[in-house]
Ligand binder design. Structure first.
Ligand SMILES: *[C@@H]1O[C@H](CO)[C@@H](O)[C@H](O)[C@H]1NC(C)=O
Ligand SMILES: *[C@@H]1O[C@H](CO)[C@@H](O)[C@H](O)[C@H]1NC(C)=O
Ligand SMILES: *[C@@H]1O[C@H](CO)[C@@H](O)[C@H](O)[C@H]1NC(C)=O
Ligand SMILES: *[C@@H]1O[C@H](CO)[C@@H](O)[C@H](O)[C@H]1NC(C)=O
Ligand SMILES: [Zn+2]
Length: 735
């Protein structure tokens, strides 16, 4: 095989990272590894080096795996052996010219995209047939909250206009607004814009929605409706280019139709709000009307509902809090005490909605302008299950095949998952069980390699269908006798992220789950199993370098927003966890253990310990905690800045020192979506807590006497990393 360039990218071309890169051979040995065997995979991450093959993948006749570089090939006999099930497969006729020197591309690339539709289109064209295969058009349905103050609505309008301008040319755009009621806007008319109004108080069935929109009568849907969908779509969905055209030609009579005009005319919700009341906002009905509209126009084609929401649902199904302001929005404490009267009902409603969206193949994106108020905790299920995050199990009848794990973690009991939205940065976790019967690796088999293949059917932004095939190999190891090899394959970062995702799931699913205790026990067991020590002698304890930073990840995870949920609202927690479940390993690690960079006159900017001892009067610190970025000026730096030294020509170096962390922060922020919060603060200032909360409290008011001058102390009873390690060592070596 040809040598492909190796990159420094830890995910490699395949976009796969595993907690364990060498796998124990038995279920018992796997459970002794403590950290689950799991892969974190970015199914369609982009890389210029991934080839697109314009034909159908060749599949194993026994297990349906796709031909890949790990297959053994007998070119003379035109046979390939599937590494996964060991089946011998004959190459089909159109592969008859293959040879050692003329091997098909799929034998060279562990990750490849197949584009069979391109083959079909080419064939059609070659046959002189003009009926080219049209790709389905991507669809974006905006659902806009109007219970906003004038100024906010203005922001929302300009955001939508901007978004429409950025859509692919062939995209279709639709528009629904809501407040006390829901309005579905017809866009395809030049003279007069027609609006369909729905009451916000009552849940409507899909049929009722369609009836009201004039999209079909009972018994006459199905094939007939599908045939008519072209015209249906054109009433409610307008090509993005037409919206833009309208945008360019404001004032030119006769062409001012579409989203532009509609947005200009859109008003804030006009229903009066009684004093002491919240606005009446029927987010649930609006989303269910939007889902019904897309279901009628475009079942099975990629479409996104983009909901822009500025407050909690208070009207109709999906309500998260009553209109009466004296009832506060539920907190974590309320949820714990079962004192959130609307919560379960609302979750159930959004769960129903997610089922409908998933069956239609449509995505819900939620943009909340008031993070801790709108009901993200309740709506999370609909966003995650459709938005390509967590997923709804079972499709294509793959459930309970021979490769299904017995233990269910998250969406289990299947080997096929459906996600309605998937982008190039989406990164998912798959958990593996080592089978007790172990058919794939019978004792005495010589091949120490194991093989995994990930197949992703997806629609690319141009609307074309692709199949991404990634095949990876790892080693089996007899872990009972060879702990060294097992440890050499331990990926600490991936393990930290997988544990964070798993513990977050358990916190949501298991009643009375004690997350800190579970993490502590897991870590102690891991250290007992893999540490080097004499029994009952804590001072003898040491850890292999491949595991040595893992305890610190767990220490920071225990203190993070994922575990210490009481510092945030349920909405914020839901939001943090959605991003944790979606982002790649590198980004997720930063959420768990922020990075800290130090800027000073004495040395170039350099990473420094995430510890309160890193604070110094003559330093600037830059903290990247993923959701926030903090620039922290030491006391002396802040004084000089207040005196304006940076404006004096002889203090140019100081001006540069002051500027450098801002430039780095801008670079971080420009790359990241959603945009993190930027905090600029000074030592001893009130905002300093954004940094202090993330630092190891090596010096607290309990130990203030050993603090270096110019440093800082943290007012906390949290244990420091050192105390944590001491306890860990003591417990790990206990017999
Ligand atoms: C969910 O859907 C089921 C069946 O479609 C329906 O009976 C139930 O009332 C719905 N529940 C909620 C909370 O909307
Ligand atoms: C998984 O499937 C089995 C057999 O079909 C079923 O008994 C079990 O309840 C399922 N478990 C979950 C969590 O869905
Ligand atoms: C384990 O440590 C060795 C030596 O430092 C390193 O080469 C290897 O990449 C590490 N393994 C993993 C999975 O990080
Ligand atoms: C992780 O995602 C970030 C932002 O999406 C990207 O810049 C980075 O290259 C990704 N890292 C890997 C290893 O894919
Ligand atoms: Zn096979």
């Amino acid at each position: 095989m040809s040598e492909l360039p190796q990159s420094n990218d830890p995910e490699g071309l395949d976009g796969v990272r595993m907690t364990w890169n060498a796998w124990p051979k038995s279920k018992v040995e796997a459970s002794k590894c403590v950290i689950p065997i799991a892969a974190s995979i970015s199914p369609i991450r982009h890389s210029a080096q991934i080839p697109t093959l314009p034909y159908h993948p060749l599949r194993c006749k026994s297990c349906s795996s796709v031909l890949n570089p790990h297959c053994r090939v007998d070119f003379a006999a035109k046979i390939w052996i599937c590494p996964i099930c060991l089946q011998r497969n004959q190459f089909p006729l159109h592969y008859s010219s293959i040879s050692d020197h003329n091997a098909p591309a799929e034998l060279y690339y562990t990750t490849a995209d197949y584009a069979p539709a391109a083959a079909a289109a080419a064939a059609t064209a070659a046959m002189g047939n003009s009926g080219a295969v049209a790709a389905p058009r991507p669809v974006f349905l905006f659902v806009c909250d109007t219970c906003l103050i004038e100024e906010e609505l203005g922001f929302v309008k300009s955001a939508i206009k901007q978004a429409v301008g950025l859509l692919p040319e062939n995209a279709l755009v639709g528009f629904v607004s809501f407040g006390t009621q829901v309005q579905v806007h017809e866009l395809g008319f030049s003279e007069m814009s027609r609006v369909y109004v729905f009451r916000g108080t009552k849940e409507l069935t899909k049929d009722q929605v369609l009836e009201q929109l004039g999209l079909g009568f009972a018994g006459q849907r199905g094939a007939a409706a599908a045939a008519a969908s072209g015209s249906v779509a054109s009433r409610f969905l307008l090509p993005a280019t037409d919206c833009e055209y309208a945008l360019d030609s404001v004032g030119s009579v006769g062409s001012t139709f579409g989203v532009e005009l509609l947005l200009d005319e859109l008003q804030t919700d006009q229903w009066p709000v009684q004093p002491g009341n919240r606005a009446s906002r029927c987010t649930g009905v609006a989303l269910s009307v939007a889902a019904g509209l897309l279901g009628a126009c475009l079942p099975g084609t990629g479409a996104r509902i983009i909901a822009l929401v500025g407050g909690p649902c208070t009207e109709g199904p999906g309500t998260i809090v009553s209109k009466d302001m004296s009832e506060p929005v539920r907190s974590h404490k309320d949820l714990d005490k079962e004192a959130a009267p609307h919560f379960h009902k609302a979750v159930k409603f959004y769960e129903n909605l997610s089922k409908q969206l998933v069956s239609q193949g449509h995505v819900l994106d939620l943009f909340a302008s008031a993070l801790d108020q709108v009901g993200v905790a309740e709506m999370k299920v609909a966003v995650e299950r459709t938005g390509g995050l967590v997923v709804l199990a079972e499709s294509f009848g793959h459930s309970k095949g021979p490769s299904c794990a017995d233990t269910v973690i998250g969406q289990g009991n299947t080997t096929a998952w459906k996600m309605c939205g998937l982008d190039k940065s989406t990164c998912l976790t798959v958990f593996f069980d080592v089978s007790p019967s172990d058919k794939s690796n019978p004792p005495g088999t010589l091949n120490p390699q194991l093989y995994l293949q990930f197949l992703t059917n997806y629609q690319n932004p141009g609307g074309e269908m692709r199949i991404r095939v990634t095949t990876v190999t790892r080693r089996w190891v007899d872990s009972a006798t060879d702990s060294q090899e097992l440890m050499a394959g331990f990926d600490q970062e991936t393990a930290a992220v997988v544990m964070a995702r798993l513990v977050s799931l358990k916190m949501e699913m298991e009643e009375d789950f004690d997350a800190t205790r579970w993490l502590d026990r897991s870590l102690i067991r891991l250290c007992s199993r893999f540490g080097d020590y004499r029994k009952d002698d804590p001072s003898s304890f040491s850890l292999n370098p491949n595991l040595s930073i893992f305890p610190q990840f767990i220490f920071n995870l225990r203190r993070s927003q994922f575990i210490q949920v009481f510092n945030n609202s349920p909405d914020e927690t839901a939001y943090f966890r959605m991003l944790l479940n979606r982002e790649n390993v590198t980004n997720s690690v930063v959420m768990i253990q922020p990075s800290l960079i130090s800027y000073s006159f004495n040395s170039p900017p350099a990473p420094t310990l995430l510890d309160v001892s890193s604070i110094a009067a003559d330093r600037i610190l830059l903290l990247d905690a993923y959701f926030s970025v903090v620039i922290f000026h030491g006391m002396t730096i802040a004084q000089w800045r207040n005196l304006g030294y940076q404006n004096q020509p002889e203090h140019q170096a100081f001006a540069q020192l002051l500027q450098a962390p801002h430039e780095e922060a801008s670079a971080i922020i420009s790359e990241r979506f959603p945009v993190p919060r930027l905090v600029v603060c000074d030592q001893h200032g009130s905002q300093a807590r954004f940094l202090l909360a993330k630092l190891n409290p090596s010096a607290t008011y309990n130990s203030a006497h050993d603090v270096a001058a110019g440093s800082d102390v943290i007012f906390t009873d949290d244990v420091s990393l050192q105390v944590f390690f001491e306890h860990l060592q003591k417990l790990a070596v206990q017999s």
